[in-house]
Design a protein around this ligand. Structure first.
Ligand SMILES: Nc1ncnc2c1ncn2[C@@H]1O[C@H](COP(=O)(O)OP(=O)(O)O)[C@@H](O)[C@H]1O
Ligand code: SF4
Ligand SMILES: [Mg+2]
Length: 352
């Protein structure tokens, strides 16, 4: 028997039905193209064509409730674009994002937009840039509560902000301070407290610890894990660093030039990486245990996204590339029975 759990929201005037059995997040064939053409007059005078960047091109994945999918890949591969598409900051060029079975593009245009926004929040890389320096922490953390009209009076607002600060290991007294009075790690905790204010279920975290020292990164990651356990949060966690991902992910998706090239359970991905690009990223981590493979150091540069290579876009950097790789783009295929998806001709052909 399926039991529908009914979740009443904080104000009690609206409700959100969770649909058990469906993944919280489903992304299908998501694509975002940016027009980066020069202005019209320049194009005409200089005889330049229009130019497009396919920042995200045909990405599909699901995230189960209470789990973490980490997306990794070098700078420029489309991670932040995926993040923004997932919370509705960008409209997709193609494809769809479903949260709890609802197409967010449709919902965000309708009467339940605010309810949906409350359910998903984003944490950005740079807590220096994302916190208003002129505002006290009290006002920063309280802003979403005000925007969504989730509290009735000033006393309640103070109490809620105090609780939120405590939930990220800060003190209620910190509410009276300004962002510059905190360290980078503490500032990121303030961003997290703010993101939690609306009691979201889904958090999109775009390189949340990349601007922090290594020792501080671990503290913030631990807080995020505790919050996930206590509140059943679902995370999309974005990082360019596989070593960071190892601490937080359940599933890992590896992106290259706007596409997913491998997705697997974290353990499988670290134990037996299949895609040559995943192997290259793993080999760049100094303290990772090796499984008898010889190391391939990271080689070459990410190609220009305005002019991506033909076929498999990784082929100019790949030690296993052959003629087919330069001509034909590999599809993301599921390996039978192991829940791993890989886009590589050599894997499909059993060459590696
Ligand atoms: N608003 C935008 N306008 C034009 N190009 C963009 C925009 N945002 C991202 N891009 C381009 O899309 C690609 C992916 O960028 P991004 O999603 O920021 O990657 P990542 O977060 O992995 O570094 C890059 O080539 C970037 O230059
Ligand atoms: S498809 Fe070819 S070029 Fe691309 S990763 Fe696989 S072997 Fe390398
Ligand atoms: Mg980014």
């Amino acid at each position: 028997m399926t039991v529908l759990s009914e979740k009443t929201d904080v104000t009690g005037d609206d409700h959100v039905m969770a649909r058990p059995g469906t993944p919280l997040v489903e992304v299908r064939d998501l694509a975002k193209t940016f027009d980066v053409s020069a202005p019209w007059l320049n194009r005409v005078v200089e005889r330049k064509p229009r130019q497009f960047v396919h920042a995200v091109d045909g990405v599909s994945f699901t995230i189960e409730r209470g789990r973490t999918l980490a997306l990794v890949g070098e700078s420029g591969c489309g991670k932040s674009t995926v993040a923004r598409l997932l919370v509705g900051l960008y409209e997709p060029t193609r494809g769809e994002v479903r949260v709890d079975g609802e197409d967010i593009a449709t919902t965000l245009k309708g009467p339940h937009a605010l309810t949906l926004r409350r359910r998903m929040q984003m944490i950005f890389q740079d807590p220096y840039a994302s916190l208003n320096p002129r505002w006290k922490v009290q006002d920063i953390v309280a802003e979403p509560l005000r925007e969504h009209a989730l509290v009735r009076d000033v006393g309640e607002l103070k109490r809620r902000v105090g609780e939120l600060l405590q939930s990220v290991g800060l003190s209620p007294a910190d509410a009276e301070k300004f962002p510059h009075q905190f360290s980078g790690g503490q500032r990121q905790r303030i961003s997290i407290a703010r993101a939690l204010a609306t009691q979201p279920e889904f958090l999109v975290c775009d390189e949340p610890t990349s601007a922090l020292d290594v020792s501080v990164q671990a503290q913030v990651l631990n807080i995020m894990k505790d919050l996930q356990r206590d509140r059943g949060l679902t995370y999309l966690f974005i990082s360019h660093n596989l070593a960071v991902v190892r601490h937080v992910a359940d599933q890992v998706g590896v992106m290259y030039l706007g596409r997913l090239v491998e997705q697997a359970d974290k353990r499988a991905l670290f134990a037996t990486p299949r895609h040559p690009y995943t192997r290259m990223l793993l080999d760049a981590i100094p303290d990772i245990r090796m499984t008898g493979r010889s190391r391939t150091p990271v080689q070459g540069e990410v190609p220009n996204p305005l002019n991506p290579p033909s076929g498999c876009s990784f082929h100019p950097r790949c030690p296993h590339a052959n003629a087919r790789c330069g001509a034909e783009r590999p599809a993301l295929l599921e390996l039978p029975g192991v829940g791993i998806r890989v886009a590589c001709h050599a894997v499909e052909e059993g060459r590696i």
